[in-house]
Design a binder for this molecule. Structure first.
Ligand code: SF4
Length: 380
């Protein structure tokens, strides 16, 4: 193996144009041995190099279908983990900046979830599906199970926990289908533990006609409200997305005052009141299609990450697409993927180094794979 010829100090000293050209050169040299995946929330100077652009689920699926030896994931840590879980052992998944995490995913760790799980099982007298012969078989008459559902935006360890305890992963586009599947297995008085995003869980529950009174919030740092937990059907982890929770109903009413026929579409990680005030609620891919399908001349207020909104506005010049929050910042962790970091890993990959490789330990990967495959089976 040759020695790596580049490091981040040297790439950061290069001009933007030189970085751009060198990335393109390496991409050409490596051909189909290299696949660069870009999340919709990445900055334009990264998206310019992405072979495929999508949301976290679509990108993980694209990674699993790719034969490229090296997959460079321009997104955040949990996304690269999912790609590693879904690709073969001979493929190498790299994250250009290892500090690019997700503040929501960090709000639930394995230890906290295991403590919560044990307390709920003991205090509420629920059955742990892991103790049944078939963890995913529907509950029998008289049985009340606790079914775990984790959002894609969670660590591989939590996905593995869910896989081991008869649950499934969900995304913002299939959360309803996965929750329906979970309730079919929970039994008459069973419950679903949904983590880490309370807003996605709540908005999805409401869309299934589950009232807010039937949803309790679990916060590992506060005293549990056992009465509320007992009467709930969904137990929501207290996590949230720092980007999507900034959107408010005031922003929507101000936009409608300015443009009475404006359309409003928001992501389901937004708070309940914002989702209810919007014309439409859906995943990143849903928002993209909503804008695409809106009639020419539409004015559309969007409640999601600013890089994506600006790109939509540029992509559809016959429509006006603006972010509901004029002061909104990009997702700070997505923003940690800078072209210099991308070039640094590409230079190292080119000389045979497994640069910034994301490796999920095999035992964790195998249980997490089970939870991801259940999701695919439920929603395919
Ligand atoms: S937008 Fe929110 S959920 Fe997505 S990576 Fe950033 S903090 Fe995490």
């Amino acid at each position: 193996m040759e020695l790596a010829v580049c490091d981040i100090q040297s790439t950061s000293a290069m001009s933007d144009e030189s970085v751009h050209s060198r990335i393109q050169e390496i991409k050409q040299e490596m051909g189909d041995k290299l696949l660069i995946l870009g999340h919709h929330y990445q900055r334009d100077s990264i998206v310019a190099h992405a072979d495929l652009l999508g949301d976290s689920f679509l990108l993980a699926k694209m990674a699993s279908e790719s034969k490229a030896k090296n997959i460079v994931f321009c997104g955040v840590h949990f996304m690269a983990e999912s790609a590693d879980i879904l690709t073969s052992d001979s493929q190498i998944v790299s994250l250009p900046n290892l500090r690019a995490g997700c503040s929501m995913a960090d709000m639930a760790n394995l230890e906290q979830v295991m403590d919560c799980w044990d307390e709920l099982i003991d205090e509420l007298g629920l059955i742990d599906p892991a103790d049944r012969d078939d963890p995913t078989a529907p509950a029998e008459t008289g049985e009340s199970c606790l079914i775990p559902v984790t959002y894609m935006n969670s660590s591989a360890e939590l996905k593995a926990f869910v896989g081991d305890h008869g649950g499934a992963v969900c995304t913002s586009s299939n959360a309803k289908g996965v929750l329906e599947w979970a309730f079919e297995r929970a039994g008459e008085n069973g419950k679903v533990l949904f983590f880490p995003d309370q807003h996605l869980g709540r908005n999805t529950g409401l869309s299934m006609k589950i009232s807010e009174d039937e949803m309790a919030v679990w916060n590992p740092d506060t005293e549990a409200d056992w009465k509320g937990l007992e009467s709930s059907r969904i137990i929501l982890w207290h996590g949230y997305c720092s980007v999507h929770r900034r959107f408010t109903t005031l922003q929507i009413s101000e936009l409608r005052e300015k443009i009475p026929d404006a359309l409003v579409v928001v992501h389901p990680e937004c708070p309940r009141q914002v989702a209810e005030a919007a014309d439409a609620v859906g995943s990143t891919e849903y928002i993209r299609r909503y804008v695409e399908d809106a009639p020419s001349g539409s004015y559309i207020g969007v409640g999601t990450e600013i890089n994506m909104v600006k790109r939509l506005n540029a992509a559809y010049p016959d429509k006006t697409v603006e972010c509901l929050d004029p002061m909104v910042c990009p997702c700070s962790t997505m923003y940690m993927i800078h072209p210099s970091y991308l070039l640094d890993v590409l230079e190292r990959i080119k000389v045979g180094e497994a640069a910034n490789q994301i490796i999920v330990p095999s035992e964790t990967a195998s249980s997490a794979h089970v939870a991801l495959m259940r999701m695919l089976a439920i929603t395919s």
